[in-house]
Design a protein around this ligand. Structure first.
Ligand code: FES
Length: 379
């Protein structure tokens, strides 16, 4: 290790700039760029002020341009082929992924190809960096560096980066292989976009409930107000005239609750949505059973406190406050279904829901036109 020559003509050092001031803030001599002997011996390369004692924990003469097969052309060639082989795996995985997708798709196989493709790409990059690129760590002192890098530091960084590209440019074979592999693999990744399907539009906002549909029990029996005693609860579904599939059933499940004489808070515009008078012995209200947090069925009703509890994450909804969440992660009220008693004395709905049920729309407030069942306003 050559000692630092105190008598050379370097400019005065500014401790705040990590060892650079004056002329060298705009002029970084070639000799100070990485790889030169002078660079390796210059204390400024290590963030040390000139003349300051060399810190014990900063090794001198650290060579940050050395690479593994620098002196072994055959080893470098083998390393190149190793990397190309990894990327060949990526290329074949991309072709396999596209072929499986076009043939109808098989999630596990596609996942395996994706894994192999990205793994080959990643391992290839790691091997390239390890075997063919300078990869030496340089330990430097932060010194008095308390502000942004000065112009000289920035220029040095840019020049150093420029030099870092050189070893990569020396490998045209790898560059071509990489370009081809990325093209094929990239195209294969575009195929699954077709699986996104049509736009969701307002389908999560719609349930099978419509104007005049009777509420029926799980076994299809129409329900009369007298079937639910005070403080009683019944899960009902819309009578669409045909069997509901499991998704429609899950989406349209409604809790009919007889809140008895409890003081239910009627929201403006919803004065006719319940059956019976608020404060009388029997007052029936209906709310979606689908939790607005993550869609679990809200099924535990405490008639004493008039609270509904979701068993999944304990969101608690106060029925008397229009099923407002008073505890837990649910972000909004359970939607209310407007009810009436049809001429035959059965409970039916005045319309569908006027807001999305469940956790759809990621909790954006939304209004649904009750006649067209389309979203009419997002906010
Ligand atoms: S799904 Fe109901 S609290 Fe999470």
């Amino acid at each position: 290790m050559t000692s630092i020559d105190e008598s050379d003509s370097r400019p005065e050092l500014d401790p705040r700039s990590g060892g650079r001031t004056g002329a060298d803030q705009t002029d970084v001599p070639e000799s100070l760029l990485p790889g030169t002997q002078e660079y390796l011996e210059d204390p400024r390369h290590y963030g040390i002020e000139e003349g300051a004692p060399w810190p014990d924990d900063v090794p001198r003469g650290q060579n940050d341009t050395h690479w593994r097969y620098e002196d072994d052309p055959r080893g470098a060639r083998v390393a190149e082929l190793r990397i190309a082989f990894c990327w060949l795996i990526t290329l074949l995985s991309g072709i396999g992924l596209a072929a499986v997708y076009v043939a109808g798709g098989e999630a596990q196989v596609e996942g395996a190809f994706l894994f192999a493709g990205f793994a080959g790409l990643g391992v290839g990059f790691v091997l390239w960096a390890r075997d063919l690129l300078p990869g030496h760590d340089v330990i430097a002192s932060r010194g008095g560096l308390t502000h942004a890098s000065d112009e000289a530091d920035r220029r040095l960084a840019v020049q150093s980066l420029g030099r870092a590209v050189e070893p990569m440019a020396r490998r045209p074979f790898l560059g071509k292989v990489l370009g081809g592999v990325l093209t094929v693999f990239g195209v294969s990744l575009v195929f699954p976009i077709a699986s996104l399907g049509p736009a969701v539009d307002g389908q999560f906002a719609r349930t099978p409930w419509r104007k005049g549909m009777r509420a029926v029990s799980e076994v299809g029996t129409p329900v009369k107000p007298s079937d639910i005693l005070p403080n009683g609860v019944l899960t009902v579904f819309p009578d669409t005239g045909e069997p509901l599939d499991s998704q429609a059933m899950a989406q349209s499940a409604v809790l009919l609750i007889n809140i008895g004489s409890a003081p239910f808070k009627v929201l403006p515009g919803r004065e006719t949505w319940h059956i019976g008078s608020v404060g009388s012995t029997n007052c029936l209200v209906a709310f979606s059973k689908i939790c607005t947090h993550a869609g679990c069925p809200v099924s535990q009703y405490d008639w004493w406190t008039h609270e509904l509890v979701c068993p999944c994450h304990q969101s608690t909804f106060q029925v008397l406050l229009d099923c407002k969440p008073i505890f837990g992660p649910a972000p909004r009220n359970l939607p209310q279904l407007p009810l009436y008693v049809d001429p035959e004395g059965y409970i039916a709905s005045q319309s569908g829901f006027t807001e999305p049920v469940g956790p759809g729309y990621w909790n954006r407030p939304i209004e649904i036109n009750p006649f067209t069942h389309k979203a009419v306003k997002y906010s």
